[in-house]
Design a binder for this molecule. Sequence first.
Ligand code: ADP
Length: 402
Amino acid sequence: MKVLVLNSGSSSIKYQLFRSEDWVSIANGLVARIGEPEGELRHAWLAADGKEASSRESCPIPTHAEGIDNIVACLRDTGSLADVSELAAIGHRVVHGGSHFKEPVIVDDAVVEAIRDVIPLAPLHNPGHLSGIEVARRLFPRVPSVVVFDTAFHQTMAPTAYRYAIPEYLYTEHRIRRYGFHGTSHYYVAKRAAAVLGKPLNTCNLISLHLGNGASATAIRVGKCIDTSMGLTPLEGLVMGTRCGDIDPAVLIYLSKNLGLSTEQIDRLLNRESGLLGMCGVNDMREIDRLAAQGHERAELAIGVTVHRLKKYIGAYYAELGKVDAVVFTGGIGENSAKIRALACQGLDRLGIIMDDEANSATDSRGERCVSAPEGAVKVLVIPTNEELEIAQQAMTAVGLQ
Ligand code: ADP
């Protein structure tokens, strides 16, 4: 059987097709600029000879329905999916499940309503997800759609971790609390970290750091999330590509009162124009690294603020957990930047976090690996994330086939 994973945004759909026998990804791609005069379709697949092949095409894609039709036609034409009946499930990534969803669920009308109900909490994401889900249900009524939520893994947080110190009614009537995101990634790397440590996940205490364009830290006690750095929205916490992360809320009041900025302008400023980009004009860590090496002061500062914040979270989560088996790095930066890993762990020897500089900076190493020195009580692991695979496997479990 096969599992199709869809990540539907407001104007794009990313997909990946897995073979469930061995969980090999046999096709992936993207439909972009849905609803614009010229849409884009990118497709990559494993050909019959086992080699990778790809195609790229431009054509109008008026709606999500045409987008998904195009994807299925591509899968059929390239032999990746001979017939839709080969699909055991379609797994949909959904950013926000509010407090309703603690695990993946098979989509029915009530689930659609519950996802719609949290649109005010994720106005940029949930409407696009819903379009993809509704089209998939309509086009493939016999294939179960399963939704996997970015928030689900964090639902084990206690109120002490998820409540903000604001008046009670804002929580009870308006659901303002911390939810956390990147949950599928944190859960996936936690499971893989447990495998690398050779222990069951439910005996592992971990600090997991997902450092990509978006970035978040999670404290995991005996396999369950007890705290995470993102909050009501993915803006809180670590320094990110274009998001500021933690900030004194009074800055927003200041921006409004003294600079006359509207809520839309503040939203844009903090979500799209801040973070690494705001500090040094670039949001690609590779470029920032290059600039810093040339003595570019703002690039150096951007790295410094990023690392300072990371260290604060490692320390805070260490204190919450008491004992830590491993610090896990993942995401584009976490997996690839030896420098950020080294700086974030620098000076933490007394906590048992001791890097093996050679292992950490080995350029020929890829994949899951330990980069800490044997004498350190806390392992430092690099675990490439694979959210699509996790969604595919959770979808398979939800339909009772795994
Ligand atoms: P997204 O959150 O969009 O999925 P990724 O997880 O792909 O993002 O991470 C993107 C970030 O990873 C970018 O800042 C990019 O510069 C960084 N990155 C990728 N490769 C490297 C590398 N070799 N060294 C440093 N940073 C890297």
